[in-house]
Design a protein around this ligand. Structure first.
Ligand SMILES: [Zn+2]
Length: 373
């Protein structure tokens, strides 16, 4: 054996030892992650995420016009699903998933992400994400009640010894202000049509404007407002933990406005681009921030029920999860593998920052181990 071969052998041994050390140690991850961002896109189907425009749904929702003459068709249609999804989410696919992260949940690639709650509507889904446990016995409606269980956001604030504004949740839907915490005031929240106090004059104006430029829904404001507030908060108060909860995809779908669902997804993609450009330009966040993006439930799979979701609609339990992290080496789509369960997200977030969520809730799902290999 020559010297090079010996050196390589020593290197291999060190690598294997390091891997074994990390695999064996419960909380060895989070080496680079110092900040966490959770993003949820309410009821955004895996069908659009992985396949872009769904022609059956567009046909079912186009009236008085040929499908090929619609704006949605002209803007988003292509024969291949890869081209279609790139048209819908060019930054997500062209930048994030290519260079910085990975996404699970495409059934066509044998990957599955699913809810463990059996209700398949919003509050149970958000609670499962935020607490790491389905509680179908306690959360049975979308009523505005504080979460019956402590959340990972509350755990993170305590363990990282953060001020209230350093664990912040911005949401378009008012119920999220309740779902993120089990003790009122544990997390900084701004949710639904709610004034946001901020020193910047443009933000003050937008805070007033939200009450004038209304959506069709009483409980959900425009995602544009939510995103702008979240960005302002990020730049000024520099949270270590930020939750951005966007909602219009769900409400437009319930209203059977597929054109608006597609437009909302395209806007989300531009939000990601803007968020990422800022994060990467800032020394507190650049290459030190883990971002998890997911949804609270799926929806129906066919033109008849794509707009809805419930315990009776089979495909509503199927979701997806994307992760952009300096501590995860996976890139692109997951192929095959064990199903991911949504109750694993809370513990996964905590593990990225080096914390063991089972300290708070031993019954919560365990961290998604594939992300740390
Ligand atoms: Zn929902």
């Amino acid at each position: 054996m020559n010297l090079n071969a010996r050196l390589n052998l020593v290197k291999s041994f060190i690598c294997i030892s390091t891997l074994l050390f990390h695999a064996g140690n419960g909380v060895a991850a989070g080496e680079k992650t110092e900040n966490l961002i959770l993003i949820t896109l309410d009821g955004l189907r895996y069908q659009e995420l992985f396949g872009g425009l769904d022609l059956d749904v567009l046909k079912a929702t186009t009236k008085g016009k040929k499908v090929a003459e619609t704006k949605s068709y002209k803007q988003f249609w292509a024969e291949s699903p890869e081209v279609r999804r790139n048209k819908l989410m060019p930054f997500f696919w062209g930048q994030w998933m290519k260079n910085y992260g990975s996404v699970a949940g495409n059934p066509k690639k044998g990957s599955s992400v699913r809810l463990s709650n059996r209700l398949h509507f919003s509050y149970p889904g958000y609670s499962e994400i935020l607490t790491g446990q389905a509680r179908d016995d306690l959360i049975t409606s979308n009523d505005k009640i504080l979460n019956p269980n402590p959340t990972a956001l509350e755990f993170l604030r305590g363990k990282l010894n953060l001020k209230q504004k350093e664990v912040a949740a911005f949401a378009s839907w008012d119920v999220i202000g309740f779902a993120v915490q089990h003790q009122s005031g544990a997390v900084f929240t701004n949710a639904g049509y709610e004034k946001y106090v901020h020193p910047d004059q443009d933000i003050q104006k937008l805070s007033q404007l939200q009450f004038e430029m209304l959506t069709p829904w009483d409980t959900v404001r425009h995602d544009e407002v939510t995103f702008k507030f979240a960005m302002a908060h990020l730049k000024t108060y520099r949270p270590r933990v930020l939750y951005l909860s966007l909602g219009e995809t769900d409400d437009w779908a319930h209203d059977k406005r597929y054109d608006r669902v597609l437009a909302a997804i395209l806007r989300f993609d531009s939000f990601f681009n803007e968020l990422w450009s800022w994060l990467q330009s800032d020394s507190q966040y650049s290459d030190k921030t883990t971002i998890l993006i997911t949804t609270d439930h799926g929806r129906g799979d066919i033109a008849l029920n794509w707009h809805s979701h419930s315990a009776q609609i089979k495909d509503s339990k199927n979701t997806w999860l994307a992760v952009v992290s300096p501590d995860s080496l996976l890139r692109g789509e997951w192929v095959g593998g064990d199903p991911v369960v949504m109750n694993q997200i809370a513990a996964t977030l905590c593990k990225f920052i080096g914390l063991d969520y089972s300290e708070q809730n031993p019954k919560a799902g365990k961290p998604i181990i594939q992300l740390f290999q």
